[in-house]
Design a protein around this ligand. Structure first.
Ligand code: MN
Length: 144
């Protein structure tokens, strides 16, 4: 059976963020694989072959840049788009993410609705089924 690409590997060590993002993605119809460390992220990229990877940069063991470089050096996984998600938001972070092989870049804090818009864009989907809550974009800083 062939199904449309819909699997997102979420690499995020902060439990609150992981639950919020995973819940939002599942609500929008995505299958979500959760990983806490960069090492787990590389492992699930290889074993589960997700269609998209959301990669928190600040994760234990391997950081998100190191994990991305490994994924992009592996012929079996290098085709998978990796979107870096960083709380650093330092000048140069985006360039460093690109250098590591990341295909996209998002700066935290990112509201769940905004995340869904970005993920939908990668899958070529419209976002008409839900409306990002504008008030969430100006919420106080979530845990990182
Ligand atoms: Mn983190």
């Amino acid at each position: 059976m062939t199904t449309a690409p819909n699997t997102v590997l979420l690499v995020e060590d902060n439990e609150d963020n992981r639950i919020i993002y995973a819940t939002a993605l599942r609500f929008a119809g995505y299958e979500v694989i959760e990983a806490i460390t960069g090492t787990e992220g590389v492992h699930f990229a290889r074993t589960r072959r997700p269609d998209l990877i959301l990669m928190d940069i600040s994760v234990p063991e391997l950081d998100g840049w190191e994990a991305t470089a490994i994924i992009k050096a592996d012929p079996e996984t290098k085709h998978i788009p990796v979107v870096a998600v960083t709380a650093h938001a330092l000048p140069g972070d985006e360039a460093r993410s690109r250098a590591a092989g990341c295909d996209g870049y998002l700066a935290k804090p990112i509201a769940p609705g905004k995340l869904l818009v970005e993920v939908d864009r990668w899958f070529g989907r419209t976002t008409s089924s839900y409306t990002p809550a504008r008030s969430q974009d100006s919420s106080t800083n979530p845990p990182r």
